[in-house]
Design a protein around this ligand. Structure first.
Ligand code: ATP
Ligand code: MG
Length: 395
């Protein structure tokens, strides 16, 4: 019989649904993101519909290619689950049984399952429990090597009866978080290391749009590092969509500081210089925060004293999403988001060039600020301004 079954992808979103006030805004962001990511697959046939607190992706012809679509949309922040399913206008148990068997048998074979029914349309003659029981029994009889387990099933076969009927099985988990860009924008200080791409990913996952900035010191740091940072930027675009990289020429600032500050304090001054420039870019780009890959206590520059001595150079709040993490946790995320292999390529780091073997680990913020005020007069201010305005923006 013709069950008028259409293959669909169901996209569930979680936290977003709880935020009543902003709900429509969040929903639109996710919906736009889905559309953008499958745009090139559009033959005009694919529709993205918002329905009952989730999104439905369907093809007018009924033959949606979920294997093609899933990798595109799995990295959307705000989505918590993706379910491969079937939608039908047919409303008889015979049609349901035929759909369940035709489309889902391979996934129920050899496993334990249970049927869970939600009947939103109370006009349907059977209750939810009756539908589940009837369908469960039918599938058990007709799918070899399947078992029903109501308490701890391997697979939950879901049935929803609304104006249409929907069928789907357990979902592929989504990223969660909040829709990209919904929280505003932040300037990400992106080095070639392991940490800052992970920090960027974590901030983006909470809705912060990323403006990556890299401080480049040629010829002391080679162009290969620019390529590397650009590859890290590209890896992040799997989540964020296109984000241009700002490359700031940092050599003059670096040389000036090397010449004019004691070597054990150099790292602090370099970091402050980065924060001044990043803040200026943030103002220009109307961003709301800075984001760094700082962790607490890995190296001398990351003691709480050092963080304090660096902090006052920033004109905006600094998000440091990694401060609560162990290195192995950071690496685990770096691997999952595919930045790790890029980050471990050998590179020179402008912060470790010509830096003391034993940098000061308890710098005094007032002392640093007084020294810096003098340096500003001596030409640092001009160098910072020049670096900010000559940055190169590239995709
Ligand atoms: P990462 O692994 O991200 O390089 P790290 O553990 O090496 O971090 P630091 O070198 O102290 O730590 O840098 C701390 C943070 O400062 C980095 O995570 C990054 O946000 C920022 N940073 C350092 N160097 C640069 C640079 N050349 N360009 C942009 N940001 C930088
Ligand atoms: Mg580094």
């Amino acid at each position: 019989m013709d069950t008028q079954a259409k293959r669909i992808m169901l996209v569930k979103y979680g936290e977003v649904a709880l935020r009543q006030g902003n709900r429509a805004f969040y929903e639109k962001q996710i919906m736009d993101d889905i559309r953008r990511r499958i745009k090139d697959l559009h033959t005009g046939n694919i529709k993205v519909i918002r329905e009952q607190g989730r999104f439905l992706i369907e093809d007018i012809n009924g033959d949606l290619d979920n294997e093609l679509i899933l990798p595109r949309i799995q990295t959307i922040f705000g989505a918590i689950a993706f379910c491969d399913g079937i939608k039908t206008v047919a409303r008889t148990m015979e049609a349901f049984k035929s759909i369940a068997l035709n489309f889902f048998a391979p996934r129920l074979q050899g496993t334990s399952f249970k049927v869970h029914t939600k009947r939103a349309d109370k006009r349907f003659p059977l209750t939810s429990n009756e539908i589940s029981a009837d369908l469960g029994e039918y599938l058990l009889e007709n799918i070899p090597d399947s078992r029903v387990d109501l308490h701890n099933p391997h697979t939950v076969f879901r049935v929803e009866i609304r104006n249409n009927a929907y069928f789907y099985v357990d979902a592929v988990a989504g990223e969660g978080g909040l829709p990209y860009g919904s929280a505003g924008k932040g300037v990400l200080l992106l080095s070639g290391g392991i940490d800052s791409p992970v920090a960027g990913y974590l901030a983006a996952r909470r809705g912060v749009g990323l403006i990556p900035v890299y401080f480049h010191s040629p010829p002391y740091v080679s162009e290969r590092v620019t390529d590397k940072v650009n590859d890290l930027r590209r890896a992040l675009t799997a989540y964020t969509g296109e984000i241009p990289l700002h490359t700031i020429p940092f050599t003059d600032v670096q040389l000036f500081l090397q010449e004019n500050v004691p070597v054990e304090k150099l790292t602090i001054f370099l970091k402050r210089a980065m924060l001044y420039i990043a803040s200026a870019i943030a103002a220009r780009e109307k961003a709301h925060c800075l984001i760094t890959g700082d962790a607490v206590g890995q190296v001398a520059s990351q003691t709480l004293h050092s963080i304090a001595a660096v902090n006052s150079a920033a004109a905006l709040p600094i998000l440091r999403p990694l401060t609560a993490m162990d290195k192995h946790q950071i690496i685990e995320i770096a691997r999952r988001i595919q930045t790790f292999d890029i980050s471990i390529r050998p590179f020179e780091d402008c912060c470790t060039l010509f830096v003391a073997k034993h940098p000061e680990n308890k710098p005094n913020t007032q002392v640093i600020e007084r020294m810096e005020a003098r340096l500003m007069e001596m030409g640092l201010r001009d160098l910072l301004g020049k670096a900010t305005s000559t940055g190169d923006i590239a995709k």
